[in-house]
Every structure is written in C-alpha cells, then in structure tokens.
Design a protein around this ligand. Structure first.
Ligand SMILES: *Cc1c(COP(=O)(O)O)cnc(C)c1O
Length: 429
C-alpha cells in the first residue's frame, strides 16, 4: 500500500468517505484520491511524493496558479496582523469596490465564506423582496448545498422539485421548480401557470457543473425579460465563472448586455481562501440586515486573510492573465479532441470562454439529460490513464477542466503528450 492508500484508509475511519466534499473521493472513477501535501504553480504534489500537472486548480480558485508568491505574501502580511476580528476592515471595503468596478450589476456586495451561503442568501433575499415563495432552477445547475437548491427534477418537462438529498423536506423542495436547461418554452409555461408565485429564477451564468453547457445565444437575456415581465428576480450564479472566464465574469464576457438583480461569486474571488460574495442592485441589497429585514450574518465573513487573498488575486488578474488562460484552453481543447478522434472515441468538447469539458458521447449537450447520456466508464479509463502519466483531471465526467496562468509550455507539453495513450485507454484498446 502506498502512502495515499494508507491515508485514505485512515481517513475513512474518522471522516465519512474519507473526504470533506464528495467528488474528492474518486467515487465515479474508482481508485484512491491523491492526498495533496503541497501545490505550486501548475503542479500538485501528493503524499507519495509524486508531482502531477493539475487540471483541478482547487475547482477554479487557482486562476493564477497555486501558491502565487504575491498572493501568499499578502496572506502572510495579513496573518501577522491578526487572523480574525469580527469587525469591519479596510480590505473588505477595497474588495467590495474591486468587485463593483469589474461587475456593474454588483452595486453593493456582501461577503460570506462559501458559494453555498451566497446563493442561499440570494434566495432568501429574493423571497424577502418579492413576498413570494417559489424559486425556479435548472436541472444540472449546481448552486451549493442549501435545501432549496438541492431539489431534483421529477419526470415531465417542468416539475415541482423533489428532494435532491435525504434530509431535504418535501416542503423545501416543493417551493423549487426545476426546468430543463436552455428550454425557454418550458420556462414560459411555468411562468404562465405560476408567475405570481415565483420569487426568482436562479441560473449558473454559464453552467459548468454538469460539464460545460453554455447558454444558447440570448438565453440569459431572455431570462432577464421573462422575470422582469412577471415581477420575479433574476439571480445569476457566477461562483464558478466569475473572475475566471473574464475580468467581469460571464456577464462581462457577454458585454453586460443584460443585468441580473442579484449575482453570486465564490472560488476566484477568494483566491483560494474561504470567501464568497453576494452582489446586486443597491435597493435589493439594502434589504439585508442591519439595514433591512432579511437576516444574514457570519462570524468569519470578510475574514482578513481571505480578503487579502481575494484582493491580491483580483489585482493580479489582468488582461494578460485571461489571454494566457484563454490560449491554453483553446490549445488543450483542440489537442484532446484530436487525440480522441484519432482513437475513435465518441466525444464532444464544449466550452464557455476558457472553461471547457469533454463529454464522452456524440452530439451537442444542451441539457442535463444530454450530459448524463455519456460513457462514464470511458471517462474513468481516460482519467486513470492521464493520472498514470501524472496529469490530474477532475475525477468526474461532469466537471470542467481548469487551467491557470501558471500552465506554461512545459506543463502543457506534459498534458498534451499524455493524451494519445489516455484516448486509447478510453477506447478500450
Ligand atoms: C462551487 C459552486 C457553488 C458552491 O460554492 P461552495 O463554495 O462550494 O459552497 C455554487 N454555485 C456554483 C456555480 C459553483 O460552481
């Protein structure tokens, strides 16, 4: 048994499944997760002492690469001044200003610690603002693990949600209506039937948690129109896309052609520390306590180490950084497509800006049902063949592949030269 295997066994005795977040357990690909001892630039090192090119990037935050020296220095400087105060700080104001400067829809910003809290608060705020109970979400969009947002689609086109997890009450799920992604007709039917009950539509700016499924052209703008017509709010979840696909997130990439009422951030905005945010129209944000009646709070909210990491990250994330990540992404999308084609593996590569994923099936994916109809066993073989060649992909066929500004020619060469053997493994030959 190697050290990772030993640790996994030990972890499973004291931590359910050995992990603190399910996908880390390698459940859908099998085998033993890497126990990471450190990370630097484009690489992670596991407890066996092996080095891997990392395509997880902490599931998004590591836009600049792991342990960027200037981000680490900012956190160090903050740490010696104190780890947590539970009081307002200059850095929170600066970070809120930095978010607003990049995302015009975020007129005011409230910091929290996780994306889950950001979307949960957005839902509560939407209900408080409209006095309505129902929320519409799309099948395959992930917004964290709060009860209302863990509703699963039932059968039928657009259905009253079913609990998406044990422990979610029927009542919580009942107020969540689940609609197929990219299906405007279904959404219009839902509004025609229940428009006066709907507090908000929540959507990923560009879904990346069922694999990458970009919105059809005009889809988000149509959500804006439809919600406005019915007096419902539009919540755009940029926890994954925000500050990653563009300095202004997906909204910025689409030229801020439409403005959501509320927008949520996480991942990159915290630069690798536990920090997330809710932003939106000032009149709505003013409904949050202490100004308004919608309660929300957090002992560690706006933590000084987290705001330091976030500020340093946003300041460094200039056009050059996004240009680099965009170029690397294009390069890798082409290379993986070529390798899979050469090996005769059915696949489709889809992107939303520099975020992309590979579906192991033929034909475009525009809904969660499409995404599920792929050959997950082929992905698992591909994944392990890459891992054998010291390239760490996200351990699920339903995740984006993450690049960073630290993925240089050397790291890219290692990934690209691993692809042909992995494609042959996927083909089962
Ligand atoms: C990761 C993610 C979340 C949840 O954020 P956590 O910090 O894991 O709670 C919410 N929405 C989207 C789109 C995400 O990708």
């Amino acid at each position: 048994m190697n050290r990772d295997q030993e640790l996994f066994e030990r972890a499973r005795r004291v931590i359910p499944g050995g992990v603190d977040s399910p996908v880390r357990a390698f459940g859908s690909v099998g085998g033993t997760p890497l126990f990471i001892s450190r990370a630097e630039g484009a690489y992670v090192f596991d407890e066996n002492g092996d080095r891997y090119v990392d395509l997880v990037c902490s599931w998004g935050p590591a836009l600049l690469g792991h342990a960027h020296p200037e981000v680490v220095a900012a956190v160090r400087e903050a740490a010696v001044r104190g780890l947590s105060f539970g009081a307002p700080t200059l850095a929170e104001v600066e970070l809120a200003e930095a978010v607003r400067a990049r995302v015009p829809a975020a007129e005011q910003v409230r910091f929290v610690s996780t994306g889950t809290e950001a979307t949960m608060t957005a839902v509560r705020l939407a209900r408080g603002a409209t006095g309505r109970d129902a929320i519409v979400k799309f099948a395959g969009c992930y917004h964290g693990h709060s009860d209302a947002l863990l509703a699963a689609a039932g059968s039928g086109v657009a259905t009253q949600g079913l609990p998406g997890s044990a422990g979610v009450t029927q009542a919580a799920a009942r107020d969540t209506i689940v609609v197929d992604y990219n299906d405007l007709d279904a959404l219009e039917r839902v509004f025609a039937e229940a428009g006066d009950r709907i507090a908000a539509v929540i959507t990923e700016a560009a879904p990346c948690n069922m694999g990458v499924v970009a919105p059809a052209p005009g889809f988000n703008a149509a959500l804006r129109d439809l919600t406005s017509r019915h007096g419902a709010l539009l919540i755009v979840d940029e926890v994954l896309t925000g500050f990653r696909v563009h300095g202004g997130g997906w909204l910025g990439l689409e030229g801020n052609a439409y403005a959501p009422d509320l927008v949520t951030f996480g991942k990159v905005v915290g630069g690798g520390m536990p920090l997330a945010a809710l932003g939106g129209r000032a009149d709505l944000m003013q409904l949050l306590a202490p100004v308004g009646p919608v309660y929300q709070a957090g002992t560690l909210s706006g933590n000084p180490l987290a705001t330091a990491a976030g500020l340093a990250t946003l300041r460094l994330a200039d056009r050059g950084i996004y240009g680099h990540v965009d170029d690397r992404s294009t390069q890798l999308q082409l290379a993986v497509g070529e390798a899979l084609t050469a090996a005769g593996v059915p696949h489709v590569v889809q992107n939303a800006g520099n975020l992309f994923s590979v579906f192991f099936r033929d034909g475009e994916v525009s809904t969660y049902d499409d995404a599920k109809a792929q050959d997950q066993a082929a992905f698992a073989r591909f994944f392990h063949a890459m891992l054998d060649q010291k390239v760490a992909l996200p351990p699920s066929a339903f995740e984006a592949w993450f690049l960073s500004a630290a993925h240089d020619d050397k790291a890219m060469d290692q990934i690209v030269s691993a692809l042909p053997a992995a494609a042959r493994a996927a083909a089962g030959s």
